[in-house]
Design a protein around this ligand. Structure first.
Ligand code: SOE
Length: 381
């Protein structure tokens, strides 16, 4: 079997998650690790058991590299994705695709003109139950969508001493909670329901107006307490919490709440989709279960089991019922589809995986949400 050689750029929280998922795919070889200095690249490549350590520019000119995963802070996504496409390599980019809508537009056009495989890591689509909900909705089991109520709650930025590059707009963009986790929720909402969001009304709050920034670098989710002298106080300009009302193209409504300061909520996306025949509720912290609400009969509880799933959704399951699959499996399932396309050498006409066009769509919704909060008014998408 011909192996596809991959380079991964960035080794924060998500880079190693990509590497682990890639290693579970038969025709993929994680060949190179890219970091900001050669020394760091070598150190991380050694720790992760990756043969080559390189700088970004050297990776671009290395003809043995077929595909590149961009797992760097948000402000680098545009520049790096563009350079990778220009170098003739396939690209899998972390969300958000860029920090500005014009950049995302440029990337969609460039990827189209090159015909190269392009994907954005909206991995939550790849929980088997999410695909099952989508297919059940497509086959008419949910009926017309009456309303959608979603939330995505975390607590890793709960304390004033919690700090990360995502708190700095020049690295992360003008929105934080919405761009970082709201983007997953909004993507999932449109993906599962098949509806488009047509207008938004948003209101943000920044609970910690200032935060204590550690004077030395720390990685995402590793915000341990340092000594008081290890911090400087900095102003915070992005949202810890956001409430957004939504209008959909079927005329019905919904809402999402997103927060990174909810104690005890580690990384919890919850979505409830009320339809004319049933009601689905799914939570990412119990991803192998789906609650199905009914009016005329008893409610149901569906557990992930390939024998109970549609053939299409069962493709995302690797283990029998009762053998739980979770967050790391979502990237594996997504990359399986992406690397099937890469093996053909070009982006298929209707990719099953999230593309740069989906990344652009999320950025558009996010920009309108920021605009709505600033104007304190409804904004159309
Ligand atoms: C940090 O909030 C983060 O890592 C997001 O960036 C991810 O997309 C999500 O998976 C979990 O939280």
């Amino acid at each position: 079997m011909k192996k596809i050689n991959v380079a991964v750029v960035g080794t924060g929280f998500i880079g190693p998650a990509h590497i682990e998922a890639l290693r579970r795919i038969a025709n993929v070889e994680v060949a190179a690790l890219v970091e900001v200095t050669q020394e760091l690249a070598e150190q991380k490549a050694g720790q992760l058991g990756i043969p080559k350590a390189m700088l970004f520019e050297d990776m671009l000119t290395d003809s043995s590299i077929d595909a590149v995963h961009i797992c760097t802070p948000n402000f680098l996504h545009f520049k790096q994705a563009k350079a990778v496409l220009d170098a003739g390599k396939h690209v899998i980019c972390e969300k958000p695709l860029a920090t500005k809508i014009e950049e995302a537009e440029e990337l969609v056009a460039l990827a189209d003109s090159k015909g190269l495989v392009n994907a954005v890591h909206f991995n939550l689509r790849y929980y088997p139950m999410v695909r099952q909900m989508k297919i059940m909705r497509e086959s008419g089991e949910l009926g017309d969508v009456y309303s959608i109520m979603g939330s995505y709650l975390q607590d890793w930025l709960f304390l004033q001493t919690d700090y990360n590059w995502r708190l700095e707009p020049d690295k992360s963009g003008d929105s934080r909670a919405i761009a970082d986790i709201g983007s997953h929720l909004l993507d999932l909402t449109e993906y599962v329901t098949g509806l488009k969001i047509t207008a938004v009304m948003a209101d943000f709050s920044t609970i910690h107006k200032t935060r204590l920034k550690p004077l030395k670098a720390i990685e995402t989710y590793s915000g341990k307490m340092l000594q008081p002298s290890d911090y400087e106080e900095v102003p915070i300009n992005t949202e810890d919490h956001a409430s957004v009302l939504l209008k959909f193209d079927n005329g019905n409504k919904g809402s999402v709440t997103v927060s990174q300061v909810n104690a005890g909520r580690k990384n919890r996306l919850n979505i409830e989709i009320a339809g004319s025949k049933a009601n689905y509720e799914w939570c990412s912290e119990k991803p192998n279960e789906l609650w199905i609400g009914r009016r005329e009969t008893a409610n149901q509880h569906l557990m992930k089991d390939p024998s109970l799933f549609t053939v299409e959704a069962a493709k995302l399951i690797s283990f029998p019922g009762g053998h739980n699959e979770g967050f790391p499996d979502t990237s594996k399932q997504m990359f399986k589809e992406v690397y099937e396309a890469i093996a053909t050498g070009a982006q298929p006409e209707n990719p099953s995986y999230p593309t740069f066009a989906d990344g652009h769509r999320e950025l558009l919704i996010c920009e309108r949400i920021i605009e709505s909060h600033r104007k304190q008014a409804w904004v159309t998408i």
